[in-house]
Design a protein around this ligand. Structure first.
Ligand SMILES: Cc1ncc(COP(=O)(O)O)c(C=O)c1O
Length: 404
């Protein structure tokens, strides 16, 4: 296509400028405070933000780190994961859910997903734990006779902003003496029910919760950032130490850690955004509800052409992304692009089929739901400021495509 023919974007996938426009004065003020202080590394904003997050999530400890990927890596390092250890991970997720495992020399053991929610299939986890693994002779965890590794961790991912069914995963963890590390990169503020009318924040059900503040997330910084949440003080202390090269006191190292601190500029901006987060969540859920009703009027739902994500009841889903499953996905994506509607495919290739994981010995067909979903998912525009007119346009264009 010649440059002149590139269609102008009428509906972006997300619009960070619109969000910035709402909080510009507050953000600028926060940045000025950092510059005035000239306290850049682990300055006061970092600790303040950590305290505010701990109070928002209702957990004991929150440790700011450099990215969501590092939050995962540091959590596994704090748990002492390494060669010979196995971690159960969904086959359909972002790359770093799995690379944090392999970077430490441990083995990811993939589990299929539920095709409706796109989340790790709890029943498949149970079947796997019951069927294939044996109790480890030394006690903690299970032993996999096929891979010879000791299963220590279940690593569920709250994908696209939707909370996994944590009660069942936590009881499986208790039953089989496994630690639970939650990947909450896409779901800061999502909640799961623990009883009638009682809910808790995603990332606080397991042993450690790993968050990302990549700019596109529900709580996004102005660069990279991440955080580990935990109720367990020894684990919090370990992560805090590992994020500064494993330093216990100045220039005395208890362990070999990494350099991974939440930047003070990010913390200052994130403090501002945290104040608005609940409202933004409500706005995202309203937009998801509107998509839902608009799609129902097209007659395309329920006849295999479009499958909608579940609703956001009680913030069980905070719609970091609005992801539908559609027939003829790539053709539709091209058509929408030509009409100025931005979309994205998260994620086109499941993790068990990534070339860098060939050595793990998985094949096409091993996780049929993950493979099906990867061939059908399409993220359509979603952000708190998205107008109903633009949402109507998106749905009309999708309906037009299938009427052609
Ligand atoms: C599910 C999931 N896990 C982990 C990460 C890693 O976070 P970061 O990009 O902050 O390293 C991301 C970020 O895209 C993610 O979506």
């Amino acid at each position: 296509m010649k440059r002149a023919e590139i269609p102008t974007i009428k509906v972006p996938l997300l619009d960070l400028k619109a969000q910035y426009g709402r909080i510009q004065t507050e953000v600028r003020h926060a940045l000025d405070e950092v510059l005035d202080s000239q306290a850049f590394i682990l300055g006061p904003s970092v600790q303040q933000f950590e305290e505010q997050v701990a109070s928002y999530l209702q957990c004991n400890g929150a440790i700011g780190v450099a990215s969501g990927s590092d939050a995962l890596l540091l959590s596994l390092m704090a748990l002492g994961i390494g060669a010979g250890d196995g971690v159960l991970v969904p086959a359909f997720t972002f790359f770093s859910t799995v690379s944090c495992v392999t970077r430490l020399g441990a083995t990811p053991l993939f589990v299929d997903i539920d095709p409706e929610s796109y989340l790790m299939d709890t029943k498949a986890v149970e079947v796997l734990l019951k069927g294939r693994f044996k109790p480890h002779p030394e006690g903690q965890g299970l032993f996999d006779p096929e891979t010879h590794c000791r299963i220590k961790i279940i690593l569920p991912v709250h994908l696209f902003g939707q909370c996994c069914s944590m009660s069942s995963l936590v009881s499986l963890g208790h039953k089989y003496h496994l630690t639970i590390v939650e990947d909450v990169a896409q779901a800061f503020g999502a909640r799961f029910q623990i009883g009638p009318g009682i809910s808790r924040a995603a990332g606080t059900a397991g042993d450690l919760g790993c968050f990302s503040f990549f700019p596109t997330k529900t709580l996004g910084g102005i660069g990279d950032g991440g955080l580990v949440a935990t109720d367990q003080s020894p684990l919090a202390d370990k992560v805090r130490m590992l994020r500064v090269h494993g330093q216990g006191s100045k220039y005395h190292h208890q362990a070999v850690g990494i350099n991974s601190r939440l930047d003070v500029i990010q913390a200052a901006v994130l403090k501002v955004k945290l104040r608005h987060l609940d409202q933004w969540h409500d706005e995202r859920i309203q937009r998801a509800d509107l998509y839902h009703s608009l799609f129902l009027t097209t007659g395309l739902v329920g006849n295999q052409i479009i499958t909608l994500p579940p609703g956001g009841n009680g913030k069980s889903h905070v719609f970091n992304c609005y992801v539908v499953r559609v027939q003829r996905r790539d053709e539709l994506r091209h058509y929408l692009g030509e009409h100025g509607i931005q979309t994205q495919v998260y994620y086109p290739l499941p993790l068990h089929l990534q070339p860098c994981f060939d050595y793990l010995g998985y094949h096409k067909g091993d996780f049929p739901n993950a493979e099906l979903v990867a061939s059908q998912v399409l993220a359509i525009p979603m952000y708190p400021e998205l107008t109903s007119e633009l949402q109507e346009l998106v749905v009309e264009r999708i309906a037009d495509f299938y009427r052609k």
